[in-house]
Design a protein around this ligand. Structure first.
Ligand SMILES: Cc1ncc(COP(=O)(O)O)c(C=O)c1O
Length: 326
């Protein structure tokens, strides 16, 4: 890729540009984020008729790479299939596209956002014939996860899960989740942990796992929760280190009696919930299992970045960025 600024090293300066100065990909074109426009008739706007992904990009050992990128595009395919929107691109095409989005921006840590909607059509509920999916990709700086949150943990409140029964689809229809996130904020907490019929489902924008007597338990992958890429990574990493991982329904009483509770997502990685509805969890500090898991998670990111670098060799350079967005 061209490097007009000629600043392979300097391009990693995190403050080089603000998020508003980013370029984004919209329907085949790279445009300034603040200039990109979609039709008011886009079904994403009118009905929330779309699917999305959020992929974390970090720089580990000088390799800037998205974490578990292939898994994100496998989930995108699954979500698109479930709502019967044609996937406009192959996985390889998607990977090239996000590689380019990353390359176009100087930030060492980024959150890449990918959205596909059913497209533009006269407002009417049935799937419109011949609509072309709207494809949007943008990236923004991903601030470091506060050390205090990693070391001290975060608080959460519980709420009944009042969302629909297709929470396994990563749909842009997120009003239920938005209300739950606001509920957390209104109650001075970092996350809302939801319960359906007395059992743990997930957080407003995170998966939730519990630890009891050295065993990690996660709710099973049903229509009630998003199959999180991060929690799936945690399960694999834990098993590689010989820790037992159990996928089963978790009753509210078990949640409240857990030694440790964790939340996880691409943007927050993994954090310990140390207070639930104002009551301390376990010792009231991130527990020993969290600390081990967090360290293993960082190692796994380094391995994943190496794999990305190896796969990308011959494609776009992953260590070189341009200032084209400025
Ligand atoms: C409702 C919900 N559950 C779980 C997650 C975690 O998913 P992932 O680890 O793939 O980011 C998210 C992420 O946005 C979410 O919105």
């Amino acid at each position: 890729m061209a490097d007009p600024a000629g600043t392979e090293q300097a391009a990693f300066e995190p403050s080089a540009i603000e998020w508003q100065q980013a370029t984004c990909y919209l329907n085949g074109e790279w445009t300034a984020l603040t200039e990109a426009k979609v039709s008011v008739l886009d079904r994403g706007f009118i009905f929330g008729d779309g699917i999305y992904e959020v992929i974390a990009v970090d720089t580990v050992d000088d390799l800037r790479a998205p974490f578990r990128a292939r898994q994100h595009f496998a989930r995108l395919q699954r979500s698109l299939d479930m709502v019967r929107i044609d996937n406009p691109f192959s996985v390889e095409h998607w990977l090239n596209l996000i590689a380019e989005a990353i390359e176009r921006h100087p930030w060492t840590r980024q959150l890449v956002y990918v959205q596909v909607t059913r497209g533009v059509a006269k407002r009417d509920h049935p799937f419109p014939a011949g609509a072309v999916p709207t494809v949007f990709v943008n990236t923004s700086p991903w601030p470091a996860i506060p050390v205090e949150q990693i070391e001290q943990g975060v608080s959460a409140v519980t709420h009944a899960d009042e969302r629909w029964l297709h929470c396994d689809i990563k749909s842009t229809s997120l009003l239920g989740n938005v209300l739950m996130k606001q509920y957390a904020i209104d109650n001075g907490a970092s996350e809302t942990v939801m319960l359906r019929d007395g059992f743990l489902t997930e957080g407003s924008s995170t998966n939730v796992s519990v630890v009891k007597s050295g065993v990690i338990s996660m709710p099973p992958q049903t229509v009630q929760i998003l199959p999180g890429i991060t929690v799936d990574g945690i399960a694999h990493i834990a098993q590689q280190h010989g820790v037992e991982v159990d996928m089963r329904p978790i009753a509210a009483a078990e949640l409240r009696a857990a030694d440790e509770i964790w939340l996880s997502s691409s943007g927050r990685e993994m954090l310990a919930i140390v207070s639930l509805d104002g009551v301390g969890v376990g010792s009231g500090k991130p527990g020993p299992m969290y600390r081990s898991m967090h360290a293993w998670f960082q190692q796994a990111k380094a391995l994943d970045a190496q794999q990305w670098a190896a796969e990308r060799a011959g494609h776009l350079s992953i260590t070189r960025t341009t200032q084209r967005a400025a």
